[in-house]
Ligand binder design. Structure first.
Ligand code: SF4
Length: 331
């Protein structure tokens, strides 16, 4: 199996078309039993304590899993990825840069895609065949997302885990699609859940564990996972260029705000949990969300893969109680 590591969602259509298999380094890091020691290993190797845990985890997971080639997003995701690429090269990991063009310029996007296609020696025809194939699987993820907020039959955690896997289709699209088919069938037979509070989780996927299940134990279900939903490309697009321009995460915050505001209305969301990662520049987006989204926002921060700490649990519980009190006051 020819594996290619990826540091975030990229046009995996091109990788599959070339006969390679994408492996999301975030996913293999955070699902590995050694996830905590991966962070320590990176610090022992020389990564500063004040660098985000996702970067350190991806570094160690890549080396530990023996992945010799990585596509790294050098524009539109994370400035830390630039230096991570340099370090990978020092460790004999081949790196391939990919840019999401600032300003969502379609010509520049077409050029970025062409460069990646040239690297993997595939053409638009081969890539388009994979786009159609992967979009069939994405449609099943959209159905699971709909079953989360409209049918109330899918938990926030199930939604998160399945949608976040669409960055690399668990490195096996056929097996992943069968898993989704089984899941949809089983979830359809469930009774609807009835949580009095409906939450949205925005920001990067949490490195901490148990966020979704903890909210459910206090009567609040996450019915919207912003970034995992974006990984599944909910806005579609007629071409690869259009599809990756409609994907909101790598560009300026404006389209993200519009998307979040629309989903708050559609999904009848009572409050937002904004997850931020320690030492991540995206923490500054919190200011924008607080000024622009007209619902209560709780900002929680995590650093390494471990259970929610007691202080965060108390804050989440108080947030849910505050929303419940407000709702009861209106009734
Ligand atoms: S959490 Fe922030 S700093 Fe860490 S990899 Fe993601 S974008 Fe970069």
């Amino acid at each position: 199996m020819k594996r290619v590591g990826i540091t975030t969602t990229i046009p995996s259509e091109i990788i599959f078309a070339a006969g390679f298999v994408p492996v999301d380094l975030n996913n293999i890091f955070v699902t590995d039993l050694k996830r905590s020691s991966y962070i320590q290993d990176a610090e022992v190797a020389g990564f500063p304590r004040t660098i985000c845990g996702w970067i350190k985890g991806m570094y160690s997971a890549c080396l530990d899993h023996g992945i010799g080639r990585v596509v790294a997003v050098t524009q539109g995701d994370c400035s830390n990825t630039h230096v991570l690429m340099e370090i990978f090269r020092m460790r004999d990991v081949e790196t391939i840069p990919f840019n999401f063009p600032f300003g969502r310029d379609s010509e520049m996007m077409a050029r970025s895609l062409k460069l990646l296609m040239d690297y993997f020696a595939v053409d638009e025809f081969q890539t388009e065949k994979w786009r159609v194939k992967l979009n069939r699987i994405r449609a099943k993820l959209h159905e699971i997302d709909r079953m989360t907020w409209e049918d109330d039959k899918v938990t926030g955690e199930e939604n998160h885990l399945l949608l976040v896997s669409s960055s690399d289709f668990e490195s096996d699209p056929a097996r992943f699609e069968s898993k989704l088919d089984r899941f949809i069938k089983e979830a359809a037979s469930r009774e609807p859940m009835d949580h009095p509070v409906r939450l949205g989780q925005i920001g990067i996927p949490p490195i901490v564990e148990g966020l979704h299940s903890f909210t459910e134990s206090f009567g609040a279900r996450v019915v919207y996972n912003e970034v995992p939903r974006q990984f599944a490309m909910p806005s579609g697009g007629e071409t690869l260029v259009e599809q990756y321009l409609l994907y909101t995460y790598p560009y300026d915050v404006g389209p993200r705000l519009d998307d979040i505001a629309e989903q708050i209305r559609l999904r009848k969301i009572d409050g937002i949990v904004h997850y931020v990662q320690s030492f991540c520049h995206r923490q500054m987006e919190d200011l924008i969300f607080r000024e622009r989204l007209g619902v209560p926002i709780l900002t929680i921060e995590g650093d390494t893969p471990r259970e929610l700490d007691a202080r965060t649990k108390i804050r989440i519980e108080s947030f849910i109680r505050m929303i419940l009190d407000r709702k009861e006051a209106v009734l």
